[in-house]
Design a protein around this ligand. Structure first.
Ligand code: GUN
Length: 285
């Protein structure tokens, strides 16, 4: 079994990004600038946005975080998005999800200019992605692809099972694996006899959000296993929680050829993918 080490690979990619930033500055182009909108006090969202700020600093990007009270109206938030759309200093915008119930996420996502949509959630970018055309790819699936490519994992003709059909991970992940010449099956909560699919898979990408869901008996010997799950479980540590993946790592790792750990697998790759998209925005807009 070989670990797919997202910590290591993301560090390497960050160094490459930093070098490109230095080149952009030397050419007098501009320093990439990522803006994030954070609404309310959701603990996980606050952590994610703070991590994105730290990542930006590390590679030499500017970053701006706009924080709003949960009481902000949809119209006010749409206005904030429009202001960033019009601000030529800012190259990428993410609105951290989830948003409060009174705000329509779809409306917000569709208002972000597709040229600054570094989350890749705008329908126009989704369409480009499905056609295999250049676009901003959603960060988690993009990060998984970069990880597979780093380890030279051959995907052509392979049976790939994606577990999960979310707009953020499952659906785009399946499109990207299809673009990489896999035979793709998307399984989900209504799939009957999950093991009959996973046992035939050469590559399994688990994005279900159920801790330790994928068991050793559900996979074949030598499978490649990618764990997208990050469920927070409270514990006695300093942080007060730990992250648990969708894969029963202890047992699955004994059978898999390659496997991502949690933490340190897909998570850091997701973070670096957002940086790659922001850099791409400067280079293409
Ligand atoms: N919430 C959970 N994942 C994401 C993400 O990738 N982007 C944004 N904007 N919000 C999220």
């Amino acid at each position: 079994m070989q670990l797919l080490n997202g910590n290591l690979v993301s560090k390497q990619i960050k160094l490459e990004i930093k070098k490109e930033v230095d080149e952009l500055i030397a050419k007098g182009i501009k320093r990439p600038h990522l803006a994030a909108i954070l609404v309310g006090n959701d603990g996980a969202s606050i952590t994610y946005v703070a991590a994105k700020e730290k990542d930006c600093k590390e590679v030499g990007f500017d970053s701006t975080v706009l924080k709003f009270n949960e009481s902000i109206t949809e119209a006010e938030l749409l206005n904030e998005v429009e202001k960033i759309n019009a601000n030529t200093e800012i190259d990428g915008l993410i609105v951290q999800l989830p948003l409060p119930k009174h705000i329509n996420e779809k409306k917000i996502t569709e208002t972000i200019s597709w040229k600054k949509d570094v989350d890749g959630f705008h329908p126009y970018n989704v369409g480009l992605m499905f056609k295999g055309l250049p676009c901003f790819l959603p960060a988690t699936p993009y990060g998984v692809i970069k990880l597979l490519e780093h380890y030279n994992i051959d995907t052509t003709g392979k049976n790939c099972v994606v577990i999960g059909r979310s707009d953020i991970v499952g659906k785009p992940m399946s499109a990207l694996m299809l673009n990489k010449n896999c035979t793709v099956t998307i399984c989900h909560s209504k799939t009957v006899d999950m093991s009959s699919f996973t046992q035939k898979a050469d590559i399994i990408i688990a994005a279900v959000g159920i801790p330790n869901y994928l068991k050793a008996e559900m996979i074949k010997e030598g499978a490649i296993v990618i764990d997208v799950g990050i469920t927070r479980v409270n514990d006695e540590s300093e942080k007060g929680y730990k992250l648990i993946g969708d894969v029963d790592f202890e047992n699955v790792s004994k059978k898999a050829a390659f496997i991502t750990p949690v933490p340190g697998g897909v998570g850091p790759m997701t973070r670096v993918a957002l940086l790659l998209n922001t850099l791409l925005s400067v280079k293409t807009n």
